[in-house]
Design a protein around this ligand. Sequence first.
Ligand SMILES: CCCCCC/C=C\CCCCCCCC(=O)NCCO
Length: 587
Amino acid sequence: MSRVLQMVEESSYLTIAKVAAITLVAIPVGLSIQRYFWRRDLRQKVWQRQTECQVAFKKLNDDLNSLNFDQEKLQAICDLPTSELKEGLQSGKYSALEVLAAYQTKAQNVTKRLNCVTEPILEAEADAKSLDEDTEKEGLLHGIPVSLKENYQLKGYDCTMGLVNLIGKLWEDDAVLIKVLKRQGAIPFVRTNIPQIMMTYECSNPIYGRTDNPFDASRTPGGSTGGEAALIAAGGSLIGFGSDIGGSIRVPSHFCGCYGLKTTLGRFSRKGTTSLSQGQTLVSGTIGPMARDLDGLVLATKAILCDYMYELDRSIPPLSFRDEIFQSKRPLKIGYYVNDGYLQSVPACQRAVMMAKTALEAQGHTVISFDPPDVPWMWTELYMKTVAGDGCRTFLEALQKDIPDDCVHMLLFSSKVPRWLIWCLKAIIGISTQDPVQTQSMTSLKGCRSVYEWWQQAKAVEAYKDKFLKKWSDLGLDGVICPVLACVAVPHGSVSSLLGAGTYSMLYNVLNYPAGSLPLTKVTSEDVQQLENYPDRRFFEKNIKKASEGSIGLPVNVQCVSLPFQEELVLRVMKEIETGLKSMGDH
Ligand SMILES: CCCCCC/C=C\CCCCCCCC(=O)NCCO
């Protein structure tokens, strides 16, 4: 009897063991199969999208060939500065259609080299033809082709932000800014590349691939408005539009040597632009123009600040472009710095700021030293903790069922490390990076734990804004000039190991001050030689120094900042610097 019981017992153990073994094998196998089919579907979506883009480029090419324009004339059109092109279009010397053909041809050639355009906007030709029938030519941007970052909603197109899952989700209406551009006679003609989820200074995603820097293909054009910057700098567009929550207009402009303006939140309508950060309203992303020359940047800003925008978006204060501020001859008092108290900028960036200082002084302005307060703390406790306020949940959810690009891997990894583990590893990370601020930034990626903590966060941001403004006001400043970033364009794939270099830009997102990016000079061999004296104790410093090797010839921009809603003053400072340099024979 006991033998029988023993056998029954043994066989039930055997059954349990078998079921357990089968389950242990079946679950991972099942999951792998599911994962295989899921990834196959995603890859198929990417392939379909890429094919659609190739077809669109092919159609554009056929259309251009059938128009049969003189190629030399088209190239000459692309060489014109904004003011001359505008005049030529207004006077009828050039038709909107030939100018469009010129830029379509150029953009196609540029993107073959740099991969900066995601797709052409095929409706552009019809837009140009109808503009050519218009005898009034009233729009401020009459006949000027403009390029758009991929996150601007355009009727009949999707905004993927580099996420495969968003392919094919077509928008039914244009963004407000696009409607305004069209009303002003501009012709949206291409869409430009971005990094996946748009939260880094690189420019690659699994759908459209990687964009290269026009000055050095081994380097990134910056991000997230990297495709725009590369296209504009390489001559494939005159005016474009981007967005910026931590430098995304200013940094790519600096990496590629074009002009950019991050506006104050509320100056331009953002309705119809896509971003994953829209629920986060403490440090908000804003939008703004980018251009090949300063006239283009000013013209684009003027064109957007028109009655039609205020009609379309009643939440925007009707504050048209104030020419009296832009044209004013009043002497200015400007603050400057080359070291923000966290990471020293490289010699080339320092030299650019000093050049701007000299130019402003030559124009009769006063330039004094200014130290922005508590930048390391601002970076970890205000910027990082706010933009990652939900513990990166929104970003992670978007990436979870997608194909993560290399450019987000490091941030993805850092944001997944549990809070307790960061605390346990703090000492080790601190020793390896030699930088407690950097360690703290990892904790900040965990965001706020409660609504209470979020309210405290809001209070802290407001208190910092007050402190900064008091310092600014006590000195009676009109503006500030400083580096855009601690370094110049860096090699592909290196951004996550030098993210701290971005404090120079992120500060003005926390403050919500308008800020311009002005190309001033190129890295010289002396700049590179002087890197010998650049500190290299901390992790970020080491990486900045390494990334700056071989940087001779890369563009260097200067950041020009003013108080909220003073975009005209930012543009004026940029103009004063350019004029000053020209008068000194330096530009
Ligand atoms: C899983 C990814 C987590 C990302 C968390 C990001 C937190 C901090 C990184 C800051 C990087 C700032 C880059 C800013 C880019 C920008 O301005 N984008 C504009 C979007 O419209």
